[in-house]
Design a protein around this ligand. Sequence first.
Ligand SMILES: [Zn+2]
Length: 82
Amino acid sequence: MTIKFIKSYSPYHAGDRAGFSYKKEKKLVEAGVAKEVKRPEIDKMIKNSKTKTKKYKCECGREFNSPQGLGAHQRFCEEGGK
Ligand SMILES: [Zn+2]
């Protein structure tokens, strides 16, 4: 995991992020010197999924995450409108 220092811990300063062995990180967190932070990979995945999300909007106002979803809905939507 990665930790973020909330207090200065030579040579690190409050706000610095660093990775150590699990045992050392646990000690620092328990000592109140640092806190756990989310893994950067997870943050990247969330950002990527957000940027990749494209909305496909039906004329009725409903939005879908894929053209397939929109197409399936529009068949239903057109049938419902008749
Ligand atoms: Zn519709």
